[in-house]
Write a protein that binds this ligand. Structure first.
Ligand code: IPM
Ligand code: MN
Length: 352
């Protein structure tokens, strides 16, 4: 029987609760579709950091590197200063494991949950391919004269031809595989960021014309993109963008698909250890109350199976999630679903 080793990082806050439900669903799917998932738990997060002073030792990174996939709950602890766990765990793994793509589907499952009036599931169905290893996230820059009246803070956006090109190639190939409108939109800011997005734009058209002639190329400035997410989300099929813009527009994307209760993403290294996560965060105020929505984590598990090649099982999970969203839940927000965290997990698992 086909067996996959999966590293599990429950993490902080409600992370472990939602990951538990995702595993329930993954186990139901593996039982039905005839493969096996071997989980190995990793204790990473704020509590470990407060105990040991180390967010994520290099030895753990080396262990994680050996897994085909990692399932992550959430990182973020109220007693740890912002930035430490984000940089020390999440970004460290994204960079060290060369997860150079952050894949974020934006798909509305039920009209009731779209805050934009009149938009239907067929209108909100696109995917954002966010570059995940470069841009403003590399930590390049620094202070000069820190703490003096002459203080200077510089934060540089790093864009390499190799990094940009591999991201664009992934996006073109993803657009071909998705086979919907066959349109890839580059989201940038060519009118102001005339170095970074000049490189992006030239590379986009150069490799697009030469190697992906069947994919239509489109362009939108990032500010206009946010406007169109609200006004005309139906215009988009696949969007490719840099790390910072991708971070910003996918939170807006999550809102138009129904909120953080449903939004999932994958940190992908096409040849290595990829990491799948609900994008909503650790929600400390809901921790331990059995009220958080586990559907985003379940969708992260679904993306993981799809990545591993278990496409039928992944499709089944998505279909069941759609019917639970459409026919059962009252709301996608924590505490308002009409069901507890465990009840939602049970419902999805038993339907599978
Ligand atoms: C995300 C998050 C992270 C990011 C934070 C927690 C570092 O917002 O995954 O979108 O900025 O990438
Ligand atoms: Mn974000």
């Amino acid at each position: 029987m086909k067996t996959y080793d999966i590293a599990v990082i429950g993490g902080d806050g409600t992370g472990p609760e939602v990951v538990r439900e995702a595993r329930k669903v993954l186990d139901a799917a593996s039982g039905k579709y005839g493969f096996k998932l071997n989980y190995q738990d990793y204790d990473l997060g704020g509590d470990r950091y407060l105990r040991t002073g180390e967010p994520c030792p290099d030895s753990v990174v080396e262990e994680l590197r050996k897994f085909p996939a990692i399932l992550l709950g959430a990182i973020g602890h109220p007693d740890v200063k912002p930035g430490i766990l984000e940089k020390g765990i999440l970004l460290k793994l994204r960079f060290a494991l060369e997860q150079y793509i952050n894949l974020r589907p934006v798909k509305l499952y039920d009209e009731r949950f779209c805050p934009v009036k009149g938009k239907k599931p067929e209108d909100v169905d696109f995917v954002v391919v966010r570059e995940n290893n470069e841009g403003l996230y590399t930590g390049s820059g620094g202070f000069v004269f820190k703490g003096t009246p002459h203080e200077v803070a510089i934060q540089e956006s790093v864009n390499t031809r190799r990094g940009v090109e591999r991201c664009l190639r992934f996006a073109f190939e993803y657009t071909q595989r998705r086979n919907k409108e066959k349109t890839l939109t580059l989201c940038g800011k060519t009118n102001v960021l005339t170095y970074a997005f000049d490189l992006w734009e030239r590379t986009f058209h150069e490799i697009g014309a030469r190697d992906y002639a069947d994919v239509k190329r489109d362009y939108a400035h990032v500010d206009a993109t946010t406007m169109w997410f609200v006004k005309n989300p139906e215009w988009f099929d696949v969007i490719v963008t840099d790390n910072m813009f991708g971070d910003i527009i996918t939170d807006l994307g999550a809102m138009i698909q129904g909120g953080m209760g449903i939004a999932a993403g994958g940190n992908i290294n096409p040849e290595g250890a990829s990491m799948f996560e609900p994008i909503g965060g650790s929600a400390p105020k809901y921790t331990g109350q059995n009220v958080i929505n586990p559907l985003a984590a379940i969708c992260a598990g679904q993306m993981m199976l799809d990545f591993l090649g278990e496409t039928e099982a992944a499709k089944r999970i998505e279909d069941v999630v759609i019917s639970v969203v459409r026919e059962k839940v009252k709301d996608l927000a924590a505490g308002r679903m009409g069901y507890s965290t465990t009840e939602i997990g049970d419902m999805v698992a038993s339907a599978i």
